[in-house]
Write a protein that binds this ligand. Structure first.
Ligand SMILES: NC(=O)c1ccc[n+]([C@@H]2O[C@H](COP(=O)([O-])OP(=O)(O)OC[C@H]3O[C@@H](n4cnc5c(N)ncnc54)[C@H](OP(=O)(O)O)[C@@H]3O)[C@@H](O)[C@H]2O)c1
Length: 259
């Protein structure tokens, strides 16, 4: 099957491409480096000419309002509209974040608006959401560490997921049965949830360091309160899969880099 992967050179998109090619699908990368800009629509229509499915993972790496408006929201809407008009009406699969509609954090608001744009479109589409990738959970644990302590929001838990498994599910859903209109697909999450202290301890041990002492910060307001209050945790119907955090971590280099 011919599958266009927007953001197909990015962290999750490149893995979707790998998954599809390993199943002998014709995976085509659509990103600015291959002449497709979802913020302007440049190259999009031509790229979707023969597409039977589209996995949309292109997104802005910047939290600036303009990028969020033009790429995260506008780009997703443009991809949905182009998919609806494309000759073979490809099955569009988009990737969102579990709980993004519940937390008024600026990036999450943009992701929720992007989901709504897809669901309101004429495309045959499946909106899949994932919890934070293991690498992001580990990044936040490093970010919150100050010397012997680690800062975290009181009560906050996170249920991270393996990025390769998310990519595998996106690929499977894309080549699977397409819905007649735009629907919400599964929430994807990893096998266990953690508090900040536990993730920080595991990350410290990975680096051969002593576990930091957790310092719990208050979480006032709807944004911090949403994060701390469990809004980004998966519900009981979420699909659980992929490597547990500790197994993923054991396979990572020391020191950990990036997010
Ligand atoms: N990180 C997490 O924990 C997590 C969890 C759940 C869901 N997600 C979602 O996963 C998605 C992908 O994340 P990622 O970490 O794979 O991102 P990434 O590594 O930054 O990749 C995004 C790709 O999008 C392309 N891109 C950016 N602007 C573009 C534009 N205007 N037109 C076309 N392509 C463009 C970039 O390639 P070019 O520079 O070549 O254009 C880049 O390779 C995001 O939507 C994110 O919300 C992430």
């Amino acid at each position: 099957m011919r599958v266009v992967v927007t953001g197909g050179l990015g962290a999750v998109g490149s893995r979707v491409v790998q998954q599809l090619r390993s199943q002998d699908h014709d995976a085509v990368v659509a990103s600015r480096r291959t002449g497709v800009d979802v913020a302007t629509g440049e190259g999009l229509e031509a790229m979707l000419e023969d597409a039977e499915a589209v996995v949309h993972t292109a997104d802005s790496a910047s939290p600036r309002a303009r990028s969020l408006r033009e790429i995260t929201v506008g780009g997703t809407r443009r991809v949905a509209e182009a998919a609806a008009r494309a000759p073979r009406r490809p099955h569009l699969v988009t990737l969102s974040i579990v709980g993004c509609a519940e937390v008024p954090y600026v990036y999450y608001r943009a992701k929720a608006a992007a989901d709504e744009a897809v669901l309101a479109s004429e495309a045959s589409a499946t909106v899949v959401a994932a919890t934070q990738f293991h690498s992001l959970a580990a990044y936040f644990a490093r970010l919150g560490r100050i010397g012997p302590v680690v800062l975290g929001l009181r009560g906050m838990r996170i249920q991270p997921v393996e990025i390769d498994w998310v990519a595998q599910r996106l690929a499977e859903i894309a080549v699977g049965q397409a819905p007649s209109d735009a629907v919400r697909g599964p929430d994807l999450t990893g096998p266990a949830s953690f508090d900040v202290a536990t993730i920080s301890r595991l990350v410290a041990e990975h680096h051969g360091r002593r576990a930091p002492r957790p310092v719990a910060l208050p979480a006032p307001g709807r944004t911090l309160g949403g994060f701390a209050g469990g809004a980004i945790l998966p519900g009981p119907d979420a699909e659980v899969g992929g490597l547990p955090f500790a197994e993923w971590l054991a396979a990572q280099p020391v020191p950990l880099r990036g997010r």
